[in-house]
Design a protein around this ligand. Structure first.
Ligand SMILES: NC(=O)c1ccc[n+]([C@@H]2O[C@H](COP(=O)([O-])OP(=O)(O)OC[C@H]3O[C@@H](n4cnc5c(N)ncnc54)[C@H](O)[C@@H]3O)[C@@H](O)[C@H]2O)c1
Length: 397
């Protein structure tokens, strides 16, 4: 069978779908980014990245000019490609329940456009068992497709570099599925790691959970040191210095964003809500903004002060505000302080944000939320809460 396109990425204008589409197109594949977000599709076709991703704009310009990438809101485009990679969002709801059917429902909606002989690759981070469920659905629909689960493991912002340097986990129930998926990803990386689908589903969740627990350890140690009047970062640096067994002890800071908490909660739900370490990590990480406010209340009459938050994205050098703890901090301070003013050099989607100079002029007290490099040379006489020690003045609150 001759295919008009090599790859269609479903969710192809999202934070992981678009870098994958770009990377494959840049290596010579003919790629379609299919996404139901019409604004993002129009932006991509016009050469605009919908979000910050290091080094992506020149690649986008290159692959558009070479006609190796196109974007569409038309699901019929799925029928034209040999490989269908699905990387739609798999969120948790406001009660922390995973949307277990997000991916199966997206695939059911695509069913009229799937064709015999395609390789369907699931790439979202899924609730364990979703690959098996999709296998059954395909059978019920009478669709003779190969199916693989190949989880995405990049960190937002570094996707283009990491797609070509990280090993790719490839899982399929069939040898053909494994071979075809490995062949596709070998265009990006030389290292393919094979697992069974259920192992691969857990491998992805374990990876994110491990990071989440590690950050929680750092944040808890920060609080212990801080309550004792000691500077966590000074202790951490000394402990890690030339001592490999402590070298991976992270600094403290807001641990947030669209993946780590969500995936820890997916694993907890999968294990009948029995995941003491993951749930304790959530209490620590999600509790950090409240802890900081409680500490500030001991030193300041917050109700008389305007507090400025610097950095509203969920992490440094990002424009992504999804599940950002800076917003949780803003909500608490809106209740406790006289007023809160916020700024971020990268976030353009929130009209309530103010320029940095305005925030510096109006705030009596500053908190660094996302430690963007732009704040490194900050000059202010105001007290600054700087848990990550971006300014190098210490982290005591
Ligand atoms: N963001 C990360 O750093 C990261 C890293 C590794 C894995 N993941 C996983 O990748 C998946 C996607 O995450 P993301 O951050 O890219 O989310 P995202 O919201 O940025 O992207 C998802 C895209 O899919 C589109 N979409 C949703 N449903 C669709 C449908 N039925 N048909 C067509 N388009 C549809 C959305 O419009 C959006 O553009 C999640 O499972 C996430 O856990 C994310």
């Amino acid at each position: 069978m001759m295919w008009a396109q090599d790859v269609v990425v479903v969710g192809g204008c999202g934070h992981v779908g678009l870098p994958l589409a770009l990377a494959l197109a840049d290596r010579g594949a003919r790629v379609t980014a299919y996404d139901h977000d019409a604004r993002a599709v129009a932006g991509v076709l016009a050469g605009r990245m919908p979000f910050l991703e290091h080094g992506a704009e020149p690649v986008l310009a290159r692959v558009l000019a070479a006609r190796r990438l196109t974007a569409t809101t038309d699901p019929a485009a799925v029928a034209a490609a040999e490989h269908v990679v699905v990387v739609v969002g798999t969120p948790i709801d406001e009660h922390l329940n995973p949307e277990t059917m997000a991916l199966p429902h997206a695939i059911e909606a695509l069913a009229p456009h799937l064709r015999a002989g395609q390789l369907l690759i699931l790439r979202s981070t899924v609730y364990p068992g979703v690959t098996r469920l999709v296998e059954r659905r395909l059978e019920e629909l009478g669709l003779a497709l190969d199916l693989a689960f190949c989880p995405e493991r990049i960190a937002e912002g570094r996707a283009l570099a990491e797609l070509c340097s990280l090993p790719q986990i490839v899982a399929s129930r069939t040898a053909t599925g494994r071979e075809r998926a490995a062949r596709l990803f070998r265009q990006l990386t030389s290292t393919i790691v094979e697992l069974e689908p259920e192992e691969a589903e857990l491998a992805k969740l374990f990876t994110n959970t491990w990071r989440y627990v590690k950050f929680a350890t750092a944040n808890q140690l920060y609080m212990i040191a801080n309550d004792f009047g000691l500077d966590y970062e000074r202790i951490r640096r000394a402990a890690a210095s030339d001592y490999p067994r402590a070298a991976d002890l992270p600094g403290a800071g807001f641990t947030a964003g669209p993946c780590l908490l969500k995936d820890t909660m997916q694993l907890a739900a999968f294990n009948n809500n029995q995941f003491a370490l993951g749930q304790a990590s959530m209490l620590v990480n999600e509790g950090l903004p409240l802890y900081l406010v409680a500490r500030l209340e001991r030193r300041f009459e917050l109700s008389r002060l305007t507090v400025g938050i610097l950095g509203m994205a969920f992490k440094a050098e990002s424009d992504d505000t999804r599940a950002s703890l800076s917003y949780k901090l803003r909500r608490i301070l809106a209740f406790k302080a006289r007023s809160v003013v916020c700024t971020d050099p990268h976030v353009s989607t929130d009209p309530s944000l103010l320029p940095l100079e305005t925030v510096l002029a109006r705030a009596d007290l500053l908190v660094i939320g996302a430690p963007h490099a732009a704040y490194r040379g900050l000059r202010t006489e105001r007290p600054v809460v700087d848990v990550t020690d971006l300014l190098g003045r210490g982290v005591l609150v």
